[in-house]
Design a binder for this molecule. Structure first.
Ligand code: ASP
Ligand code: MG
Length: 448
């Protein structure tokens, strides 16, 4: 079994929809299981729909969603009138249901679940359209709602899956289909609580869905089909010379996702890692490309594989003479950040000071108030991170030397430095305005 996940662009454009047909036919013997995103832009419109209250705005948004799907049908089904009719009927029916849900009193009685139900319509429709098209092309396919497979907690908006229940539900739902040679086309992005209430897994969550399904079925491979060739050594939109990385370890990929690379959702690979399933990132617009394989580390040479950066990263500096020789000071700091819903990214500490970069600012004001009761805490803006990622990176001291020479020549002081224990990431905090200038130089020095 292989899981093939097709992202928003891939399920939307004519060329890539044709590619989906081609790939499923070509790899039918591998028992493909499809996971699909909503048509591009649909989830954005659905989220907007949860934010408006008046009927006019609601019907305007639903009209925009309709136009998207109408265009899709015209582009992909026009050769066959009966297929077109089926597709129009299917979309019309779902949009009617959506319009009723948008107006329904569930909004007031159970907002969080209502929100996720509204947000789920994009994938519900796209999975049925793709399945319809595959059937038309002679493939035995069937749309499946992930609510029958991925069982989650009730953290609406960004739910997490429950392992054992998901393994059980996924196998019970999908194996009978797969054993009959049917290709399941599963809604990405969605799950359901134990008592069957629809949840979403967070924006961009379809990659995560694919990894969960792959993990639950012990698939041979999880393929993430997208609109780029794979994972690059740097964002190719910024660095022209960025190179495609043929292979990454799970850890390298996780570091890349955390530190700003946009190809994969940060949580995506975690279920795949746990089951040791290789993840391949591939391009629906360039089928001959080998893409990037993410798997257990087989390569032992140590060098920088990729550079990522975040132009703006919030930073808190904390000083206190009381920290000197004291016990449990950091614990207090972390407790304050945790209960104010702030997640920490990088940290560097001395005897009397701690610098921390934040993933999110949560309840920042309250956190600063509390921190200032036990120390002097300053919130600082204007900095960003540059990260170098590569296996065994720290066994090459030359890298640090070259890096610091480069920063010195460019007059860019390093504010904070973090060497990860995993030996695959060096991150620096520098002034935001220096980042764009220095990134191409770092790339040229270490990658090209
Ligand atoms: N359609 C969802 C979103 O736009 C999930 C996904 O595309 O991965 O966030
Ligand atoms: Mg995506």
């Amino acid at each position: 079994m292989i899981v093939m996940k097709f992202g928003g662009t891939s399920v939307t454009r004519q060329q890539s929809v044709a590619a989906i047909n081609f790939l499923v036919k070509r790899d039918l013997a591998l028992q493909p299981i499809l996971v699909v995103s909503a048509l591009s832009g649909t989830t954005d419109l659905l989220i907007k729909l949860t934010q408006v209250n008046d009927l006019t705005s609601q019907s305007e948004l639903i009209e925009l969603i309709k136009v998207k799907h109408w265009t899709w049908i015209e582009e992909n089904c026009s050769a066959d009138q009966s297929l077109m009719d089926q597709a129009y009927d299917l979309v019309t029916q779902h949009l009617l249901e959506l319009s009723n849900l948008a107006k329904s009193s569930d909004r007031n009685s159970n907002y969080l679940n209502w929100h996720d139900r509204v947000a789920s319509f994009g994938e519900v429709i796209s999975s049925q359209l793709i399945s319809l098209l595959l059937v038309q092309n002679g493939i035995k396919a069937q749309a499946v709602s992930a609510t029958q497979c991925i069982i989650t907690n009730d953290n609406f908006g960004s739910a997490d899956f429950l392992d054992q229940l998901t393994i059980q539900a996924t196998n019970t739902t999908l194996l009978p289909l797969i054993n009959q040679g049917i290709v399941p086309v599963i809604t990405g992005f969605l799950g359901a609580t134990v008592d069957g209430r629809t949840t979403i897994l967070g924006r961009g969550g379809s990659d995560f869905s694919a990894a969960i399904i792959g993990h639950a079925l012990k698939a041979k491979e999880i393929q993430i089909w997208t609109d780029v060739n794979g994972v690059y050594s740097a964002d190719p939109r910024v660095i022209n010379q960025a190179k495609l990385i043929p292979q990454l370890s799970y850890q390298e990929a996780a570091e890349l996702a955390m530190f700003g690379a946009k190809v994969l959702h940060p949580r995506t690979i975690q279920p795949a890692v746990r089951s040791g399933i290789p993840v391949r990132v591939l391009n629906t617009f360039n089928l001959d490309n080998q893409g990037t394989l993410i798997a257990h580390n087989t390569c032992t040479n140590s060098w920088v594989k990729a550079i990522t950066w975040k132009p703006k990263v919030p930073l808190i500096n904390i000083y206190s003479a009381d920290m000197f020789l004291s016990k449990g000071f950091l614990e207090k700091i972390f407790a304050i950040l945790a209960h104010n819903n702030i997640s920490v990214n990088m940290l560097s500490a001395s005897e009397v000071s701690v610098s921390i970069t934040l993933d999110n600012i949560g309840n920042l004001e309250q956190a600063l108030l509390e921190l200032n009761q036990i120390a002097t805490a300053d919130y600082i803006e204007g900095f960003g991170t540059i990260s170098l990622v590569g296996g065994h990176i720290m066994s090459r001291p030359q890298i640090m030397q070259d890096l610091f020479n480069l920063f010195e020549h460019n007059n860019l002081p390093v504010q904070m430095l973090s060497y990860s224990a995993s030996n695959i990431n060096i991150s620096m905090i520098v002034a935001s305005e220096g980042i764009n200038q220095v990134i191409p130089l770092v790339h040229e020095k270490f990658i090209v």
